[in-house]
Design a protein around this ligand. Structure first.
Ligand code: AHM
Ligand code: MG
Length: 334
């Protein structure tokens, strides 16, 4: 069987499809290399003494796991000297990390959640890395600031995630469809295994943390009540439910067999528009899901059209199969 490596795929996209400038191709190869290193750490687990708490907290007030910190460092180190980036921003860092003086600076901004779903690390359930690439505004001559990152998701030039599951898979888009690559550990590289991934328009599967039900807003309660009513309710169909508590794993399942993922705004902290972060969770996942034919809204508008006001801004998320995302979004409007 002839196999297409990630490098070959990216070079062909650059040459034939013209979809990818050379510096963006190089950046994606570098991110993939970093994700390979993170995958090795995740796989070693207790053997490398990397499970458990780091003993520190991040800007969002969440306790950091050792692997949150390791994955963040791996991504920073791999990407700072490549010459493609002006700055990076991460869930684990309060402020952007500008490429230090003395190293070449490029034209892209990279945002990431280095280890998403980190409550799952210690129990050996899938976790992942999510990333988003923006162009640095041309007016920036020195070190980029937080304001330079505050661009809507429609301005993303690439996005992707790596899921560290039974297989490690990298899933990518740069606005030209969605492609999935599986890590071949013997060969040491990613191989194209899932060309043109598509989210089926209809689904019988939903994902939401039901323990928060009493805090939900009326449109979400109504929608989930209807899903639970199954064949005897207005939707006239039985639904199944999944909740991994790793967004990367849920989105990967949805890209494979359809479904709707929801993390709505709720009344636990009325000041927060949701739990997930817009810039490095909502936007990249929305870009991927839309490129695969699905939809992603915050209940009111496309996630990718939200004008961000801060780096660590939160967002309500409804994403996946078109028909279901349209329905729950319509309930918010109505
Ligand atoms: P994290 O980035 O701190 O890991 O948090 C994000 C994760 C998502 O992957 C997942 O969908 C959600 O948090 C699960 O939250 P909960 O534990 O409330 O169900
Ligand atoms: Mg996360």
């Amino acid at each position: 069987m002839s196999r297409t490596s990630l490098s070959r795929f990216l070079i062909e996209q650059q040459r034939e499809a013209g979809a990818l400038p050379p510096d963006l191709r190089h950046l994606i190869e570098t991110i993939a290399r970093a994700c390979k290193a993170i995958s090795h750490s995740v796989n070693k687990g207790a053997l490398a003494g990397i499970l458990g708490e780091a003993g520190t907290g991040n800007v969002q007030g969440e306790a950091q796991k050792k692997l949150d910190v390791i994955a963040n460092d791996v991504l920073l180190e791999a990407n700072e000297w490549g010459g493609n980036l002006a700055a990076m921003a991460s869930e684990e860092m309060e402020l952007p990390y500008s490429i230090p003086d003395g190293l070449p600076r490029g034209r892209y901004l990279l945002l990431f959640d280095p280890l998403d779903g980190s409550s799952n690390i210690d129990v050996n359930i899938s976790v992942g890395t999510i990333f988003s690439v923006l162009e640095c505004p041309e007016s920036v001559t020195g070190h980029p600031t937080e304001a330079d990152f505050l661009q809507p998701g429609t301005r993303q030039v690439a996005a992707g995630y790596t899921v560290y599951g039974p297989q490690t898979m990298l899933v990518l888009t740069f606005g030209n469809g969605v492609y999935g690559f599986t890590l071949d550990r013997e060969q040491g590289g990613f191989v194209l295994t899932h060309p043109q991934m598509k989210v089926p328009a209809a689904t019988g599967e939903f994902a939401i943390n039901m323990s928060n039900m009493r805090h939900w807003e009326a449109p979400v309660k109504r929608y989930v009540d209807e899903l639970l009513a199954g064949k005897t309710g207005p939707l006239n169909k039985d639904y199944n439910m999944r909740w991994v508590a790793s967004m990367v794993a849920e989105v990967h399942r949805i890209l494979t067999r359809g479904g709707i993922f929801m993390y709505p705004k709720d009344a636990r902290d009325p000041a927060k528009p949701g739990k997930l972060r817009l810039m490095y969770e909502g936007n990249p996942m929305a870009f991927i899901v839309e490129q695969a034919g699905g939809l992603a809204t915050n209940g009111h508008q496309r996630i990718m059209e939200i004008e961000p006001s801060k780096l660590h801004e939160r967002v309500a998320v409804f994403l996946g199969s078109r028909e279901e995302v349209e329905r729950v979004t319509a309930y918010h409007r109505g």
